[in-house]
Design a protein around this ligand. Structure first.
Ligand code: NAD
Length: 537
């Protein structure tokens, strides 16, 4: 029989009061219990249908597994690092966020920092307060007529570009994942350039990329060596995208005329951080999303989304779930997880834009159709290069904008009765093809082949993928490097590679923990290693 009781909602973090107003208007009465200890949170969540959080409460696997009525978790904001999204997916619990609340506020901060740098506003303020009135030392520069280079043309980057044009600037951009031919319509008035060309041309460089393996230290010492003399850098994306030491060098040499940081490798930065000692640097404490409007917007958005889901069953901005009846979602959940992981694997393996994807589903699971699995796959692919939110609603548009062509196919016959997913994807540059397959056993999704090597890999932990000359002692050498860095190997699978003239093999090492970057670099230096990649499943 259907559960007729009024849905119970737990608000576990401080939210703007407007959230409560929205819930009440929709006839719902949440319980507000903030600042709970981990054990108290497990207890408080046991009987509820929905939990709403910001970033303070951690919604762990344990919370989810003990909350037997739980149907939805809402995050007022974007980042969902505090929610175990995989545990939620496994249990058919929908996770939703509020993707549109922060973009304008963050874009406006980038513009404010740009103008602040151009007119030395922090120095001017300090000077007047200390009784000094020396305007000559504060000679500024206009931004009108100058070139703004926007790196990362997602939601925030596009708003910054638009505002730059409004200020009379020439705007260029760099985003390797955007389809070049489609750019005229996707980002009007923005000339798309290679990163190096953008850095040579722009007077102001504003960063709006997510932190991924390929954007870590994107603004490196080498790139700064070729940046336009006297350029200014604005960093409101994520700590780690900029090499802070390299920026200090570029400021010292005069190559950079100034830099603004809202985000840092370590937050807050240590008191003796050299950036804090400089006058040509403008610093803010991760203020990007801090405006009254953004806080009100995320609180009211999440209350609307949760109410709509509980009362009408429609999942808006769901990060992990298609709109499916609960029992179908329950059955499909391990396949959705598999499809998403296969997408994530390929996006990391290719580490650049994809062109064509052949997506095939086989076996009993085809009775649910291919659509949801294809969407889950796209979510996995796109999440790697976007800083959330990719969901079942926007994944097709984002994929189209990025020029990903997806061809799908389904057939009843499969190597694994319950169901199997087989994917082949080509790189946009070079056209090299990569392939991966996976299946579900019971409720356990596993990778069954990578690049034609048959495997049995659980979707767990970081994976070190190698292509190496098939010589004695190679695996021992890899194991020694990992061991020196205290990284334990959980599982190891091997298979012959058909590429190259020499006898090459693939190795897939499932690890217990993320190896440090130096460990991966040391493996890459081993003599027999042709290629090594760290892939997070
Ligand atoms: P988004 O996902 O909408 O856009 C990110 C864009 O970066 C995408 O278009 C993607 O294709 C592009 N990209 C990925 N890799 C790239 C690369 N190597 N080179 C160039 N472009 C690349 O994200 P968003 O919402 O616009 O957020 C952008 C950044 O701003 C994120 O890092 C986010 O965490 C950060 N942010 C900061 C604050 C703050 O408080 N300072 C607030 C909100 C967001």
């Amino acid at each position: 029989m259907k559960d007729q009781r009024q849905p119970r909602i737990l608000i576990a973090d401080e939210l703007a009061p407007v959230a409560m107003e929205v819930f009440r208007r929709r006839g719902l009465e949440p319980e507000v219990r903030t600042g709970l200890s981990p054990d108290a949170l497990i207890e408080a969540a046991r009987e509820v249908d929905a939990i709403v959080v910001r970033s303070a409460s951690k919604i762990t696997r344990q919370v989810i597994e003990n909350a037997t009525h739980l149907r939805v978790i809402g995050r007022a904001g974007i980042g969902v690092d505090n929610i175990d999204i995989h545990a939620a997916t496994e249990h058919g619990v929908v996770v939703m966020n509020t993707p549109h609340g922060n973009a304008t506020t963050t874009a406006e901060l980038a513009v404010a920092l740009m103008l602040g740098l151009a007119r030395h506003l922090p120095q001017a303020d300090r000077m007047v307060r200390s009784g000094v009135w020396k305007k000559k030392r504060l000679m500024g520069t206009e931004v009108a007529g100058k070139t703004l280079g926007v790196i990362g043309l997602g939601r925030i980057g596009r708003l910054v570009a638009e505002r730059g044009r409004g200020l009379g600037m020439k705007v260029c951009g760099h985003d390797p994942y955007l389809e070049v031919e489609g750019v005229g319509t996707a980002v009007p008035g923005v000339e798309l350039l290679e990163l190096e060309t953008l850095l040579e041309r722009a007077d102001f460089v504003s960063l709006h990329v997510p932190l991924t393996d390929s954007t870590r230290n994107l603004i490196s010492w080498k790139r700064l060596a070729n940046i336009k003399e006297g350029a200014r850098l604005i960093h409101v994306s994520r700590g780690g995208v900029v090499d802070e030491e390299a920026v200090l060098d570029a400021l010292n040499s005069g190559r950079l005329a100034g830099a603004a940081f809202d985000v840092f490798c370590e937050e807050p930065p240590p008191k003796d951080h050299p950036l804090l000692q400089r006058d040509d640097v403008l610093l803010t404490p991760h203020l990007g999303a801090s405006s009254e409007e953004a806080q009100l917007r995320v609180a009211s958005d999440i209350a609307e989304e949760i109410s709509t889901f509980l009362l009408e069953g429609v999942a808006e901005n769901a990060l992990n779930a298609p709109s499916l009846p609960a029992d179908a979602l329950q059955e499909l959940a391990p396949f959705l997880l598999l499809a998403e992981k296969l997408g994530s694997f390929l996006a990391q393996k290719i580490d650049g834009p994809m062109r064509k994807v052949e997506f095939e589903v086989a076996g009993e699971v085809t009775r649910f159709g291919v659509d949801h699995l294809r969407l889950a796959f796209l979510v996995g692919c796109l999440r790697h290069s976007l800083d959330t939110p990719v969901n079942f609603v926007n994944a097709p548009t984002l994929a189209r904008e990025r020029g990903i062509l997806i061809l799908e196919n389904s057939q009843e016959e499969a190597n694994y009765r319950q169901g199997e997913i087989r994917v082949r994807a080509s790189e946009r540059t070079g056209g090299k093809i990569h392939s991966i397959r996976g299946a579900v056993f019971g409720r356990d999704p596993r990778i069954t082949a990578i690049e034609n090597v048959h495997l049995d890999l659980p979707l767990r932990g970081p994976l070190l993928a190698t292509r190496h000359r098939d010589l004695p002692g190679v695996l021992g050498a890899i194991g020694q490097v990992l061991g020196r860095h205290q990284v334990n190997i959980r599982r190891l699978e091997l298979g012959p590679s058909r590429e190259g003239s020499e006898e090459l093999a693939y190795g897939f090492l499932t690890l217990y923990s993320d190896p440090p970057q130096e460990a991966v670099a040391e493996v890459a230096q081993l003599e027999a290693i042709e290629q090594v990649q760290l892939i997070r499943l």
